[in-house]
Each structure stands twice: as structure tokens, then as C-alpha cells.
Design a protein around this ligand. Structure first.
Ligand SMILES: Cc1cc2nc3c(=O)[nH]c(=O)nc-3n(C[C@H](O)[C@H](O)[C@H](O)COP(=O)(O)OP(=O)(O)OC[C@H]3O[C@@H](n4cnc5c(N)ncnc54)[C@H](O)[C@@H]3O)c2cc1C
Length: 504
């Protein structure tokens, strides 16, 4: 016990001054670091609250975890990987790829692990971001928020859940120390993660109760093992790999076209219905699994094993939301219920209300959350008026229901590189997107979204924010996204310059 008169030890926090500070070391943060380096920024740091890089692919270790766009597309174009052993790689391979890429491009030593951004505020006098972390402090000319929209688990507010006597965990925080063999398990949620882990755990558990509020469209997954010979070919002929990537890109863009013109989706929806009919023979179960909205309105799911798993004798599908948990009983809104030992939450993430938005503040101390009031908004999904020199990666309005997050990210990274190059060449000290430019972009996006399946398909999805507006989706092709973000457009910004520190 310290003596009362003894001076209390105060933590001395060092302040590091860098040109660019990146928050997060998932695929966005790593990609941003490579891009900034290539744009000539030598003085940069990445802060990461966890003790390893990889973000989603570090945290999600649930059985069956894999990507749901082909790996040739779910990777950086500048770091193609001929070694994927499956067309849709599993989590361990994706995690290893991110580690290898970060090491190969010299990014790993720039990452300060165990360092969580608590508060980042713009200082207009210094024209720098001041960032407080749980460790040191930073000032930075540029702030890159790469904290991930699919990072913070969304835990449902179910009465009685907190008093459940058994184990409860979210799919992204899988309890590998908890043996599911023979257990009675309730799964709440039927999104992209549940579709992967349900078939993986079904053979092991004693009984599986799936609580499904909304039926999902599930298409067959064209996944397969990639034989050694094919990998060797891809290794020897990078052009073959580029051709594969382009072909897969083309196929997904065709699907995206349907999402923008829902009448074109009939054939794909028919495929979904056929897939269901071919795998689920029981008409009652089939009815329960048949969605009542247009395919594409929610994120499209791919699986060959999900429907078959639901037909197994140890599985019960409760086509209802969960109303309450009473003791060890999970009770559905339709009155059905099940006594279980374990509850697994496949309930998704805080996507449009991600925590970092409460921690990035303008010069008056108002956060992104305060500005957005529940409806995230950014010019080109990337820059926000009032937040100079800051870039949000995988930001609002850029989500696609069909393509790879890498496509979105790389479009943004082109924009980031262009912005930084222009900024330096013009001798700027700050750049802030004009509010009217941001508002015009937002209005254009929202107008274009009004006819897409995301807005008209008759469902509620994570694309919609708390105000019921679609703040997630990009309404055009990813080719158009790439073109729109290819060139930095200085006229969209007000800037201060080195010499005058006045508005340009
Ligand atoms: C299970 C799953 C599967 C997915 N599959 C696909 C797919 O197949 N295709 C696709 O296109 N997309 C997919 N996604 C979506 C998206 O591609 C991934 O979430 C991707 O990893 C996002 O990368 P990111 O770097 O932006 O964010 P993340 O991977 O979430 O990384 C963010 C990082 O920031 C760190 N961080 C957060 N807050 C702070 C803070 N305050 N201070 C310091 N560090 C912080 C986190 O610890 C994390 O390491 C999937 C998402 C999930 C959850």
C-alpha cells in the first residue's frame, strides 16, 4: 500500500508526432499503410488495440469461417496470392495472407499493438489531429480511420439473456474452450456467420435450435479445393491469376447489375428457390425457409451445407424472433421454446453505428456520431466536412451487396493517394470537404438508391440505419466507384496553405 504522503505515480505519456496515423490493422489499415508509403509518406504509424493484426480475420475463428466472395477477389490487387487452397479461402488462410502481406510490405514494424484510440480531435491551430490512446499520445497531419464496420459485435437486447445460466457468446468471440459435443444449443440469428457455423457444429451438438427472425436467400457456393497443379500454374503465370480475378469480378458485377435493376434478378432468385427445393424436402420446413422479400435486399448468402444441416434430425428451426430467455429456456415470439445449455449469437455487428464514430471529434468537440445523427454520411464515402485531413475507410455509401470489400477499399486508397500527393505538392496544411459538395453527393447517392433492390426489396437489413435510411450502399457498379474515386478533386475542398494558413 503506498504511504498517504507518498507522491502517487503518474503515467508519463509520450507524444509522437507523425505525418499519418492509421487506426486499425485489418485489411483496410494494412492497405492504407502500403498506399501511404507508396505516396511518399515515410513517417506513419498504425495503432491497433489488439495484440495482433488482421481485424475480422483475427477475431472470427468460428468453425466454418471463410470468405463469401472468391479469394482471387478477396485480396489486394497489388499482392495476388496464388497459394489459396480453396476458391473461397477459410479464416486461417486469410489471416495468414494478411500477416504475410503486412510483413512483406514492411508494415508490421509500424504497428503499435495494444494501443487503442480513445479520442481523436482536430486542432485547427496546429492543423493536426491530436489522438489520445490508452498508452501514448499522437499528433498527426492525416488521420485514417480503418477501425472496421464489422468489428463491434451487436448483442441483442433480449429480456432475461443476462441471467441465462449456461454459456452465451457471439460468433465473433467464439469460445473454443467450451465443448459443444452433445450440448443443447440455441443459435440466434441467421446471417452470413450463422450460415457458416451452423453446418459446422450441427454434427457435433446434441440438439440445435435455430431461431430465425427472417429467412435468408441462400445460393449454392461454387467453392472447391484448388489442386496443386492449378496453384503452380497461377504461381508461374501471374497473367492467369489476373484473368481469374477479372472473370470473377465480371461475374459478380453481373449480379450487382441485377441489384440495381431488380427485374433482372428473377433468374437468380429462381436458382435460390431451386436450391432450397433440391435440399429441403419437408414442405413445412421449406415454407419456413422461404424468404418473403426480393433476393439481394439483404446480403446474399452462399452455402452448400446450410440447408442440408437444417434437415438433420437434431435440428429444429423456429421461424420466429426470440422474445425472452427465461432461465435456461429460449422463448420465441410465436410461443415456441427450447431448453438449452448454450446460446450462440449470430447477431451481426454495429456496422452503421461503429464505435470509432463516437471517438473522432471536430475542432469543437462534436463527434462524427454527433454530425451524423444516426445516418452516416461522407463525400465519396471517405471524407467528412468538419473533419479536415481525415479519411474513413469502408465508409458510408460504399457498401456493395455482391462484391469484395477489397474493391471498395482500393478505390478509396487511390483517392487517398491522390489527396496526399496533391496536398503535399500544393503546400496545403489542411483540406476540408465543402459541406455543399458532401450534401450534393449524398443526395445523388440516395436518389440513385431509391430504385435498387436494397431499398425496394421489402426487407429490413443492416444497410438501413436507425433512421431507416440506407447509409450503407453504393447504388452503381464498382467500376463506377473506381472511376469516381480515381482522381482526387481539389475543387471539392477548402484548404489552408503552408505560407498563409488562410483558406484557399
Ligand atoms: C465473419 C466475416 C466475414 C466477412 N467476409 C467477407 C467477404 O467474404 N467478403 C467481403 O467483401 N467482406 C467480408 N466481410 C466484411 C469485411 O471485408 C471485413 O470485415 C474486413 O476485415 C474489414 O476490414 P477492416 O480492416 O476495414 O476492418 P477490421 O478487419 O474489422 O479491422 C479493424 C481493426 O481496427 C481495430 N480497432 C478498432 N477500433 C480501434 C481503436 N479504437 N483503436 C485501435 N484499433 C482499433 C480492430 O481491433 C481491428 O483490428 C466479412 C466480415 C466478417 C465479420
Amino acid at each position: 500500500m503506498p504511504h498517504q504522503d507518498e507522491p502517487t505515480t503518474s503515467v508519463v505519456r509520450e507524444t509522437h508526432h507523425v505525418e499519418a496515423l492509421i487506426i486499425g490493422s485489418g485489411l483496410s489499415g494494412i492497405g492504407a499503410a502500403v498506399t501511404l508509403r507508396n505516396a511518399g509518406v515515410r513517417d506513419l504509424a498504425v495503432i491497433e488495440k489488439a495484440d495482433d493484426l488482421g481485424g475480422t480475420w483475427r477475431d472470427n475463428t468460428y468453425p466454418g469461417c471463410a470468405c463469401d466472395v472468391p479469394s482471387a477477389l478477396y485480396s489486394y490487387s497489388f499482392a495476388p496470392n496464388p497459394e489459396w487452397t480453396r476458391a473461397f479461402a477459410g479464416q486461417p488462410e486469410i489471416r495468414a495472407y494478411l500477416r504475410d502481406t503486412a510483413a512483406r510490405y514492411g508494415i508490421t514494424p509500424l504497428i503499435r499493438f495494444g494501443t487503442e484510440a480513445i479520442r481523436a480531435q482536430w486542432d485547427p491551430g496546429a492543423a493536426r489531429w491530436r489522438v489520445e490512446t490508452n498508452r501514448d499520445h499522437y499528433t498527426a497531419r492525416f488521420l485514417i480511420a480503418a477501425a472496421g464496420p464489422w468489428h463491434e459485435p451487436r448483442l441483442p437486447d433480449i429480456p432475461g439473456l443476462a441471467d441465462f445460466p449456461g454459456e452465451v457468446f457471439h460468433s465473433s468471440r467464439w469460445r473454443h474452450d467450451h465443448d459443444l459435443t452433445g450440448a443443447r444449443v440455441a443459435v440466434i440469428g441467421t446471417g452470413a456467420s450463422a450460415v457458416q457455423f451452423v453446418p459446422a457444429i450441427q454434427p457435433r451438438v446434441g440438439r440445435l435450435h435455430l431461431f430465425q427472425r427472417t429467412a435468408q436467400w441462400v445460393l449454392p457456393k461454387p467453392d472447391h479445393y484448388v489442386p496443386h497443379a492449378e496453384r503452380r500454374l497461377l504461381r508461374r503465370f501471374p497473367a492467369a491469376q489476373r484473368a481469374l480475378r477479372n472473370a470473377e469480378y465480371g461475374a459478380l458485377e453481373t449480379l450487382g447489375l441485377g441489384f440495381r435493376h431488380p427485374s433482372l434478378l428473377r433468374a437468380v432468385q429462381k436458382l435460390g428457390s431451386l436450391h432450397l427445393r433440391a435440399t429441403v424436402k419437408d414442405p413445412r420446413l421449406r415454407r419456413a425457409l422461404t424468404p418473403d422479400y426480393t433476393l439481394g435486399c439483404k446480403r446474399l448468402l452462399l452455402s452448400n451445407s446450410y440447408y442440408p444441416a437444417l434437415t438433420r434430425p437434431n435440428v429444429s428451426v423456429h421461424a420466429t424472433a426470440v422474445e425472452a430467455v427465461r432461465g435456461s429456456r429460449v422463448v420465441g415470439a410465436d410461443g415456441s421454446g427450447a431448453d438449452v445449455d448454450t446460446i450462440i449469437l449470430g447477431t451481426g455487428f454495429h456496422i452503421l453505428d461503429m464505435p470509432i464514430a463516437g471517438r473522432v471529434l471536430d475542432s469543437d468537440g462534436a463527434s462524427l456520431d454527433d454530425h451524423w445523427k444516426g445516418s452516416p454520411d461522407a463525400y465519396l464515402g471517405t471524407t467528412v466536412s468538419g473533419f479536415p485531413n481525415a479519411f474513413v475507410l469502408l465508409g458510408p455509401h460504399l457498401g456493395t451487396g455482391h462484391s469484395s470489400a477489397y474493391m471498395v477499399l482500393e478505390a478509396q486508397l487511390d483517392y487517398l493517394a491522390g489527396a496526399v500527393r496533391h496536398f503535399r505538392a500544393a503546400g496545403w496544411t489542411s483540406m476540408d470537404v465543402r459541406p455543399e459538395v458532401q450534401a450534393a453527393f449524398s443526395a445523388e447517392v440516395r436518389q440513385a438508391l431509391s430504385t435498387t433492390v436494397y431499398n425496394t426489396g421489402g426487407c429490413s437489413s443492416y444497410y438501413l440505419d436507425v433512421n431507416g435510411r440506407n447509409s450503407f450502399s453504393w447504388p452503381w457498379s464498382t467500376g463506377r466507384m473506381r472511376r469516381r474515386l480515381a482522381e482526387f478533386d481539389p475543387e471539392a475542398y477548402t484548404a489552408t496553405s503552408e505560407n498563409s494558413n488562410r483558406l484557399l
